[in-house]
Design a protein around this ligand. Structure first.
Ligand code: LHQ
Length: 264
């Protein structure tokens, strides 16, 4: 479902979802999470979509929660229900991103702050514009990192570096995000979307089921022991080996030609 603020365009097996509130640096009011979740659901179900790109319109990727749409902060001692807000909007969105068995690439075109940083972290890969910056802005306004930032960031860059970014709320440049593997590629601002789409299109031509199962397995590996993972890999391999793409992959190898995968 495409709306004005969540635009969706598809080409070459890639659905590109654009967060489109450039005047607010693509900061979201809560209800937009549902629209983004719907767009993701549609891309997940559409067999013609084999990879996704998420980007922002204008000069920002996303500045997190729309702080102007938060409403009045209640008197001390009263709850404003941020726990409920997170559980009903942000959390399902992050879980959906992780459960979609298709590659999801963030084209980080500019600043990614607060839950915007978290959104980029919940994608599988990040391609960043050379002008992009990453800011865990939460502590600066007296909140804690949310939307999975405290899960993904320590895994990617280690606890010490993650804590330093959280406590200082400092801005990390795309170039500095490259070395610890937070982003996979830094490209000129003008080519960030095309670069992410090209990466996604290449994955869209891959053995889709195997790619999806690999995403599922890698996520599981973060919390499982070796014995469990060896067993899980065996299950996933059994599923992968029942696909047409596995047959095509082996045939292409033997015939010394590039494979023509269909995702089936
Ligand atoms: C914004 C925002 C914004 C509204 C820029 N909201 N308008 C979860 C659960 C519940 C509650 C709270 O939060 C969360 C999760 C979170 O995401 S908490 C963290 C929320 N995000 C932030 O704290 C980041 C706030 N923004 C910034 O620090 C800066 O704007 C950044 C570093 C992103 C960009 O700085 P600049 O490039 O200098 O741009 P700017 O500050 O001049 O912003 C441009 C416009 O965008 C401006 O509007 P205006 O009408 O004055 O021109 C800002 O007010 C607006 N904007 N972020 N989150």
């Amino acid at each position: 479902m495409a709306t004005e603020e969540i635009a969706v365009a598809s080409a070459e097996g890639v659905a590109t979802i654009t967060l489109n509130r450039p005047d607010a640096l693509n900061a979201f009011p809560p209800q937009l999470h549902r629209e983004l979740a719907d767009a993701l659901k549609q891309a997940e179900r559409d067999a013609a979509v084999r990879a996704l790109v998420i980007t922002g319109a204008g000069r920002a990727f996303r500045a997190g929660q729309d702080l102007k749409a938060l409403g009045e902060i209640p008197p001390l001692g009263e709850s404003m229900g941020l726990d409920r807000l997170l559980r009903s909007t942000y959390n399902p969105l992050i879980l959906r991103l992780r459960s979609i068995e298709k590659p999801i690439i963030a084209a980080v075109n500019g600043v990614a702050a607060g839950a915007g940083f978290s959104l980029a972290l919940a994608c599988d890969l990040r391609v960043a514009a050379d002008s992009a910056t990453f800011t865990l802005a939460f502590n600066r306004i007296g909140l804690v990192p949310d939307s999975g930032a405290m899960y993904f960031l320590p895994q990617l860059i280690g606890v010490g570096r993650a804590l330093e970014l959280a406590w200082t709320s400092r801005s990390l440049s795309a170039q500095d995000a490259l070395a610890p593997g937070l982003v996979t590629r830094v490209v000129p601002r003008d080519s960030v979307l095309a670069g992410a789409q090209a990466l996604a299109a290449a994955r869209a031509r891959g053995a889709g089921k195997a790619l999806g199962l690999t995403k599922r397995g890698m996520s599981r590996g973060l919390t499982a022991d070796l014995e469990t993972m060896l067993d899980y890999e065996a299950d996933l391999q059994e599923v992968a080996s029942r696909t047409t793409d596995f047959r095509e992959g082996v045939a292409a190898f033997k015939e010394k030609r590039p494979p023509g995968f269909t995702g089936a």
